[in-house]
Design a protein around this ligand. Structure first.
Ligand code: ADP
Ligand code: TRP
Length: 319
């Protein structure tokens, strides 16, 4: 089984990125062939500063590797190292009805928030379809907000296969772990860079404490019992706890006698301890090491991409 996903280097990774996508990809290494990449072409739709895009791209790769992508077992590369993906994007564009893209929530959300409605932003799902279909992916692990994009890739593949030959492109499915489908941010809305409500993974201890303190809570007197259902501090703690850990924390909420400050301190410790091994790896990875790993991964990905594209070219009549 081939499991593929990508992430944009459009800012520092946060808990939503980790539990929504990165953790799934790391765990998938036990189940099948993992293909993971940094979607730097996609990031061009929102990052318009070359130096910034370059440094964020290397940072994103460093973070992904530190969090557990194993480049010996998995293929890990930079989207822009594989020119075939842009070629397939053009080929697929011919099989993409405008209406399909007009229904994309992500495009509507981003333009509503003020991003210019460029052709690149509009056709973003077609490039994503090329990412997925070029490598015959079976499963695409993503957060909830990306489900529609995987469905669009599927629709485009069906249309292409109808035109040029059944089974030419493999139809992908998505996977979203229900328990963490949406990680809440500081204000309880979906954690997202765009909402400025994120808790980044690689903060130093002081900055982490400061962030966690900003989580919105209901004012309840210290000695009173507290409701854990719908409490954002509880929800975030739960991401790091097993069933026993969750039950114990629920008891502490229900018992009263502890304020939210204590629960926030507990959350800070959970985050800090959980990511300690990743922090150590992160500190150890130089830019040179990261670039060398990406290059090795790109060579493996390119072989598969080139072969697939040769077949597609022959079917669509491109010499
Ligand atoms: P952001 O919303 O911060 O810009 P991205 O859109 O770059 O994040 O998301 C990268 C990956 O992380 C996607 O697979 C997305 O579904 C997942 N993801 C992002 N935020 C969350 C969240 N709050 N909960 C679950 N998954 C998330
Ligand atoms: N659009 C995805 C996101 O914002 C990133 C991405 C690009 C992707 N290409 C992909 C995810 C292919 C899965 C498969 O998170």
């Amino acid at each position: 089984m081939r499991i593929l996903s990508g992430i944009q280097p459009s800012g520092d990774f946060h808990l939503g990125n980790y539990f929504g996508m990165i953790a799934q990809m790391v765990a998938a290494q036990e189940k099948g062939e993992v293909f993971a990449f940094i979607a730097n072409y996609h990031a061009m739709t929102s990052v318009f500063d070359g130096a910034k895009l370059r440094s964020q791209t290397i940072e994103a790769a460093r973070a992904f590797l530190s969090l557990g992508i194993d480049c010996d077992r998995s293929i890990f590369w930079l989207q822009s190292a594989i020119p075939e993906v842009l070629e397939l994007y053009w080929v697929l564009s011919q099989q993409t009805p405008i209406g399909l893209l007009e229904r994309a929530h992500s495009f509507k959300d981003k333009t509503a928030r003020g991003l210019a409605a460029s052709h690149g932003l509009f056709s973003y799902p077609v490039l994503m379809a090329a990412d997925i279909l070029l490598y015959d992916s079976d499963v695409v692990p993503v957060g909830k907000d990306q489900i529609q994009h995987v469905e669009i890739a599927r629709d485009i593949a069906v249309k292409f296969n109808n035109e040029f030959g059944a089974d030419l492109l493999k139809l992908p499915t998505f996977s979203v772990p229900e328990s963490v489908a949406v990680v809440p941010g500081l204000d309880g809305a979906k954690m997202s860079k765009s909402y400025k409500n994120t808790i980044e993974i690689f903060l130093d201890r002081k900055a982490l404490e400061k962030k966690v303190k900003q989580i919105v809570t209901q004012p309840v007197a210290l000695e009173e019992p507290k409701e854990w259902r719908g409490d954002f501090v509880y929800d975030l703690c739960a991401l790091f706890l097993d069933e026993d850990g969750k039950a114990a924390l629920q008891k502490r909420y229900e018992k009263g006698g502890e304020g939210h400050g204590r629960f926030k301190a507990y959350l800070t410790d959970l985050i800090w301890d959980f990511f300690a091994p990743a922090r150590a790896k992160y500190a150890d990875l130089t830019d040179e090491k990261v670039l060398a790993i990406l290059e090795l991964g790109a060579a493996k990905a390119r072989k598969i991409a080139a072969e697939k594209m040769r077949l597609i070219r022959s079917k669509v009549g491109i010499i």
